[in-house]
Design a binder for this molecule. Sequence first.
Ligand code: FPP
Length: 236
Amino acid sequence: MPEFPDIPRHIAVIMDGNGRWAKERGLPRREGHRAGAESVREVTDACIEIGVQYLTVYAFSSENWNRPQAEVTALMGLLDRFLSDKAKDLKKQNIRLLAIGQLDRLPAKTRGLLEKIMEQTADHSAMTLVLALSYGGREEIVSAARSLATDAAAGKIQPAQIDGTLFASRLQTAGIPDPDLLIRTSGEMRVSNFLLWQISYAEIVIVKKFWPDFRRNDLIEAVREYQRRHRRFGAL
Ligand code: FPP
């Protein structure tokens, strides 16, 4: 697309502000999450439209388990509905679905749906949609460190062999390029335990809107902002 010469290969999104969006309208929080799921659909379509190859959305953090049970249940229900409804589109749109996070903590139904769709879309090539579910960046790093330490203790690798590449290969995002652009909605300036290793060189775009109001044109505006920045990876 000539209008977009420098498309980020991977966009990661911290979808913040569903609760505040609902509160502003006098609605229950779950309505904010429901509207937020619509934004996920629209942003996924927009990414396909402009040629983004990977989109990772922070749908449920490891800390989100501490929310009231009713909200956790509502979020899992929304996720189930999203997965059931979206399965057909993922096939039509040739999108591969992946999930990162402590998936064994998810309800069996949600995990079953995820596994089925991941298997069905494994060879899709238009775009990869990564759902971060029960995900925490520190937990992911600890788990990679533990896996390397286990191999070192067993004599399978030497500690001196451990470098950035080997370390990254033990993260759940192994094989996925690092995000070029990290978007966070609702104006908060925090990383919130999201992709801590992977966002080292990402451009960060903070958008004031709440996530349910973030739609196609906002995604395109964030990409334009990314394109205006000069990325140097620490060099001059
Ligand atoms: C943050 O808003 C958002 C979440 C904790 C969950 C994000 C989930 C969705 C967008 C819907 C389900 C996802 C998919 C993939 C279908 P918040 O509740 O922290 O908002 P607040 O900061 O205003 O309270």
